[in-house]
Design a protein around this ligand. Structure first.
Ligand code: SAH
Length: 343
């Protein structure tokens, strides 16, 4: 019988599992703390306030699995660190640690590959392999803290994969990360980025979790957006923006829109005007990003065009900033390191 991945269990599930083993529920608090607080043990052996007998039985039923860091890159420009993790089935995912003035932020992956097919994104080129489990998302944070000796202050789900296409595991991960008896990270310090899976945005709104929702918009017409983001053929811009309004209404949180400026594709004055019109009256912010060139694609962003686009939006009354490009010397764009490693 295969062992249970204990880091993927929420607190209540751990309590239930222990009860089924004939143990008292308070054991869950002890074990959860060993797994998610302080130095975080990697074996049951290290849980010294638990009897040897129970440690043995835990060992028989559960496993504590961490990924292996197989490559680490550090940007000479800004200290951004990128780690390539090898999972237990030899798949790889990327994690990026960024230094901001307000603290350290980590960008984690939620899937191996991606099926969304956005034409500008390296993560989707080789297709989709599988979803990450809650623990495989969580241990990117824990391992990065251990590997780099840092404390992570905020988390963005913006690495490889579409988080809302792995909804159940992502929600479970969020529950474990924010549990008061564990890592206890407020979900106000977590952002989830989606290409726009509308029904899942609505479900997420119902959770009223305090999470910041980032929406990858990248275009202002349905024709243009469908050409670079196939998901738009399923859920178009109007449906998407309606879901965003619902999200803000349910949670009180403003939406953050991502807009990667691509030469000749979405950076005209008309685009800025259309975008301002689409977002008129919404509680939101637009992050303008110069498109990160991906080897397999011919997309570029002229120097200064992101700033110019942001300025146009500002003049039209839309809150917009240019996202600082971090780690440009270590290919920090999604999926690029994994592709290099696996080719
Ligand atoms: N699937 C999710 C999260 C992963 S991608 C999403 O689509 O939001 C994280 C962000 O990086 C998204 O906004 C995505 O559109 C953007 N992105 C992907 N490739 C990019 C590139 N080459 N240049 C700039 N931004 C890119």
């Amino acid at each position: 019988m295969s062992k249970i991945d204990i880091l993927s269990l929420g607190f209540k599930e751990l309590e239930t599992a222990l009860r089924e083993m004939g143990e008292k529920p308070f054991r869950a608090g002890q074990i959860f703390k060993w797994l998610h607080c302080g130095d975080r043990v990697k074996s049951f052996e290290e849980m010294t306030d638990i009897s040897k007998e129970l440690r043995g039985r835990l060992e028989d039923s559960f496993e504590i699995v961490y990924p292996k860091a197989v490559r680490k890159l550090v940007s000479k420009k800004d200290g951004t660190r990128k780690i390539l993790f090898e999972l237990s089935d030899n798949n790889h995912v990327e994690t990026v640690i960024m230094d901001y003035r307000h603290g350290k932020s980590i960008c984690v992956s939620t899937q191996v590959g991606c099926k969304m097919g956005c034409t500008f994104c390296a993560s989707t080129i080789a297709g989709f392999k599988r979803n990450l489990s809650p623990s495989e998302i969580l241990t990117q944070i824990y391992s990065a803290e251990n590997e780099c000796g840092v404390h992570i202050d905020s988390v963005v789900l913006m690495g490889i994969g579409e988080p809302l296409d792995n909804y159940d595991n992502v929600v479970k991960f969020l529950g474990i990360l924010s549990h008061p008896k564990g890592r206890n990270m407020s979900l106000r310090h977590v952002s989830l980025s989606t290409c726009g899976i509308v029904p899942r945005i609505k479900e997420l709104a119902e959770l009223r979790s305090g999470l910041t929702l980032s929406v990858s918009l990248h275009n202002t017409t349905n024709e243009g957006r469908s050409a670079i983001m196939p998901v738009n053929r399923r859920y178009d811009i109007n449906e998407l923006l309606d879901a965003c309004r619902e999200y803000t209404k349910a949670t009180g949180r403003r939406i953050s829109f991502e807009y990667a400026v691509i030469d000749g594709v979405n950076d005209s004055r008309e685009d800025a005007k259309r975008l301002a019109k689409l977002l008129d009256g919404m509680i939101c912010h637009v992050n303008i990003i110069p498109v990160n060139p991906v080897k397999e694609r011919d997309y570029h962003s002229k120097k200064g065009s992101a700033a110019a686009f942001a300025k146009q939006l500002e003049s039209l009354g839309i809150n917009a900033t240019v996202r600082r490009t971090l780690g440009s010397d270590i290919d920090a764009a999604c999926g690029q390191l994994r592709r290099e490693y696996e080719i």
